[in-house]
Every structure is written in C-alpha cells, then in structure tokens.
Design a protein around this ligand. Structure first.
Ligand SMILES: C[S@@+](CC[C@H](N)C(=O)[O-])C[C@H]1O[C@@H](n2cnc3c(N)ncnc32)[C@H](O)[C@@H]1O
Length: 297
C-alpha cells in the first residue's frame, strides 16, 4: 500500500492513471481489480498490472517464443542503465518469468557509468538531455544486482562487438530496451542488431523509451536511428506492428506505442518449409463436406 501511495505521489504516475488507465472502459478496469487480487502473473501481464508493463510483456513473450522453439535460455538487454531502476525491474520480472516458463534469462545492461556523453548535434536532442545527466551509484547498484545481471561499462560503441562472445544460439537475444536518449548512442546500439541472425529470436521485442516527447520525431533521436537502420539493412526490420494495440486489453498506455518488433528476416526459421504438418483446410458455412466445422444448418 505504501508503495502504491508513493507511486501516486509522482506526477508521472497520476498522468498514467488519469490519462492512460482511467480512460479505458470501466468494465475492463473493474475486471482488473480481480486480476490484481487473484490473478496469475501471466494474467497480470495481460492486464498491465506489472510495474513497467513493457518489460513484463517483452520478457514473458520472448520466453514463450524460446520455449516453443525448444530453447531453454534467452538473453535480454537494457541499453542505458543510469541508477538501475529499469534493470532491477527486469531482474524481478525475469525471476517470475523463469518460474512460470522454466526459461533461464541472462540479463545485461550497458552504460557509460558516468552519465550521458556529450551530445553531437540537434539530432541528439540537446534541448532535452545534457552531458552528465543520469549518473549512477555504481557500487550500490552492483551490490544489489550481483549474480543477477551484468553491466558493461563504457561507451556502447567500444563494447558492442566484444559483447558477441557473451551470447550464442543457445541463449539468443529476445528482448531489448533502448533508453539511451541520443540519436548517436542509438546508432551505436543498433550495431547489435546486425549480429548473426541466430543470435536473436526470429521475432525479437524492442522497447524504445525516447520517442514520446513533443520534440521527438523521425528526423532526430531514436526514431531517426531506427529509420536509417531499416533503410540500410535489407534483411532486418525494426518496426511498430500496427495491430499490436488491438492485441492488448488496455490500449491507451504509452508503452503500447513504444514496443517495436525486430524482424530477423535472414533467421533460418523464417525460411523453413513446414512440410511435416497437415495441410490447413478452410471451413465454408455455405457448403456441406466432411470435416467442415462451420455450417449454417
Ligand atoms: C535515461 S538514462 C537510462 C534510465 C534507465 N533505463 C532507467 O530506466 O532508469 C540514459 C542512460 O544512457 C546512458 N548512455 C547514453 N548514451 C550512451 C553511450 N553512448 N554509451 C553508454 N551509455 C550511454 C547514459 O549514461 C544514461 O545513464
């Protein structure tokens, strides 16, 4: 209860509650009360009742996908850690996801360790972010995450290719959150998305944190970096799935518009012919034939 009151004392939480949650249909919010009290973790994810629902969705669905593919481990990454609230949230969610799916989850964070680097030009939104913003209490954070997550310190550009040795086909990347604010830093992050196809799930979830403020646009910041990546990489695509919000119970939350899909078109799974299954047959309610389930009379 104390936690709920503390959260509600923050302006951002009121905004989320009034502008995003309470604008949803009453009956859905009413049902959510029961889910909050009695629901399983999976149901709570479906009803956006987990703190940072973007992490909960991304991690749970990546683990589900891995399981379907016969894998037992995945890797998840946060780019831009700062004081670690996001990373610690990912650790807490991953523990729950492991419990219900059996999938082991390796967690990594990337950060300078000293706050934001120097912005390069207008594309880095210097009107919003400043050199040295978001410093880190390194020792305190390291003590808390010991054995649960690994933070790779330094400029992302210098560390990204070395990171290749930390992952393999047996523990592919399934969820990435990009919270580095700048265009230039996002460009460095996107080098990861050019790695070997099998180091990812064929559909990997990507959360873009810095695309929702008024000055954010596709000629600056994270969105510009994504557009350039898509233009350059013929077999890779990071895009918003236009039906994603239709698959959610609650659709007004910002995160629903910030959760992107990374399509790994050169992943072997995307070219596998499924010859070993029975052919799909479509019903026709106007016709009578054996196996036709839908009929008008
Ligand atoms: C907004 S903060 C991250 C907040 C964090 N995700 C959270 O949820 O609490 C952005 C972080 O990105 C890091 N960052 C930005 N550009 C970077 C770069 N090129 N290399 C490494 N870290 C970078 C900064 O050090 C800063 O801590």
């Amino acid at each position: 209860m104390g936690f709920v009151l503390k959260r509600l004392s923050q302006k951002n939480s009121w905004n989320k509650l009034f502008k995003q949650r309470l604008t949803e249909p009453f009956h859905l919010n009413f049902m959510a009360i029961f889910v909050l009290l009695f629901g399983s973790f999976r149901k709570k994810v479906a009803y956006d009742l987990v703190v940072r629902p973007q992490h909960a969705f991304g991690i749970l669905h990546a683990a589900d996908q891995a399981k379907l593919r016969g894998l037992s481990e995945i890797t998840i990454i946060e780019f831009g850690v700062a004081n670690g609230a996001g990373l610690m949230n990912m650790i807490a969610i991953a523990e729950k996801v492991t419990k219900i799916t059996g999938i082991k989850i390796h967690i990594y964070g990337f950060d300078t360790g000293t706050g934001m680097p120097e912005p390069k030009d207008y594309r880095d939104h210097p009107e919003y972010y400043n050199t040295g913003d978001f410093p880190m209490n390194k020792d305190l954070l390291e003590e808390k995450i010991k054995g649960k997550a690994t933070i790779i310190y330094g400029p992302i550009k210098a560390n990204i290719s070395k990171f290749l040795s930390s992952i393999s086909e047996a523990n592919p990347i399934g969820f990435v959150t990009i919270d580095v604010d700048y265009y230039s830093s996002t460009k460095d992050v996107l080098e990861l998305f050019k790695f070997e196809a099998t180091l990812f799930l064929p559909l990997t979830f990507v959360y873009l944190d810095d695309i929702f403020m008024p000055h954010h646009n596709s000629k600056c910041g994270e969105l510009l970096a994504i557009e350039e990546f898509n233009a350059e990489e013929a077999m890779r695509e990071i895009s918003y799935h236009r039906f994603f919000e239709n698959q959610r119970i609650f659709r007004n939350a910002n995160w629903v518009k910030q959760l992107y899909y990374f399509h790994v078109l050169d992943h072997p799974y995307r070219s596998e012919l499924k010859r070993d299954r029975k052919a799909y047959v479509l019903d026709n309610p106007y016709l009578k034939f054996e196996g036709n389930k839908k009929q008008f009379n």
